[in-house]
Design a protein around this ligand. Structure first.
Ligand SMILES: [Zn+2]
Length: 315
């Protein structure tokens, strides 16, 4: 075997032969290792390049699709924001109505109304820093978002103020009810004739000109004497000396600066410390003490000063 033949056997790995059916020619392709490797190498490179290009194309398509989706959801969010703004306007309207009612109630319970400037203190006090950090958002949307944000802050403050006001109204209302309950407002004796009035008069016993600190309500002995408002019995005196001015008498403390006195009674039906309400039967008309005949001497004392009881009769 010569050397050429040996080398040929080592290098030749693949021998391809093609036979043509029409012609009698035979084509022979002989591939050696080098050719196979080079072919494989270039084909691989081309495939890798193609694959990378395909990936890039897919990535473009995907980001395009993603952008479309984001635009869609951005539009939806923008619509939602407009929707929120509309709802916020409706809420503002409702809160305004509540504020109007709140003011009406404040007038009703005798509290000063709240200035609208104080109610809307939060308006315009905020910057739109929160939203400008997202530079990709359009200015129009930033403004809308800022408006909604400010409205929320403002509404929160207004509702807080309403809550505080509601508490104040409730407190004042209860105070007023208590005050009304404990303010003398009725005749202590029904169907009585008015005797001596409040003011200066000539004393029937001494003939001196003296100030009469109450009113005399003339009624038969034993007629009912009623408490004229809610309160606590401060004094209930049944024992007296014949020349004592008031005779049997009762003093009621109404716990709000008001006191009422009921004098010349024939009977005392309450005890000191006893709670009474308006219309509680507390005693009976009489002529004990310095009295010319059966009548009730009735006094109203407001902050240590005797006032005319007549101005408190509402019945
Ligand atoms: Zn009198």
């Amino acid at each position: 075997m010569d050397m050429d033949k040996v080398r040929d056997m080592q290098h030749t790995r693949l021998k391809m032969m093609s036979f043509s059916l029409g012609a009698s020619s035979v084509k022979q392709i002989i591939l050696d290792w080098k050719k196979i490797f080079l072919t494989f190498f270039f084909v691989s490179i081309i495939l890798v390049i193609l694959f990378i290009q395909l990936l890039r194309l897919l990535s473009y398509v995907y980001s395009d699709w993603k952008i479309v989706q984001l635009k869609k959801s951005n539009n939806q969010l923008a619509d939602q924001l407009v929707n929120y703004n509309n709802k916020m306007q409706q809420l503002c309207k409702i809160v305004s109505e509540l504020e109007q009612k709140d003011d009406d109630l404040r007038v009703f319970v005798d509290l000063p109304t709240v200035n609208m400037d104080i109610r809307r203190l939060g308006v315009g006090g905020q910057s739109n820093e929160t939203f400008t950090t997202y530079s990709s958002i359009s200015e129009e949307l930033v403004n809308l978002a800022t408006t909604v944000d400010q409205e929320i802050t403002n509404l929160t403050q207004r509702v807080d103020l309403l809550t505080t006001s509601r508490k104040a109204i409730k407190y004042k209302y209860n105070q007023n009810v208590t005050l009304l309950k404990s303010t003398p407002s009725i005749h202590p004796v029904k169907n009585a004739r008015m005797g001596d009035q409040f003011g200066y008069r000539t004393d029937p016993f001494t003939w001196e000109r003296k100030h009469h600190n109450g009113v005399d309500l003339v009624a038969p002995r034993g007629a009912d004497v009623l408490a004229t408002a809610e309160g606590t019995v401060l004094e209930a005196v049944s024992r007296y000396t014949p020349n004592q001015l008031r005779g049997k008498y009762i003093i009621i403390d109404h716990n709000n600066g008001f006191f009422t006195k009921y004098a010349h009674l024939s009977k005392v039906l309450v005890k000191p410390g006893q709670k009474v309400t308006r219309y509680t039967l507390i005693g009976k008309v009489g002529d004990t003490g310095r009295a010319t005949g059966p009548h009730l001497h009735y006094e109203v004392i407001q902050n240590d000063v005797n006032v005319n009881p007549k101005s408190f009769f509402l019945d």
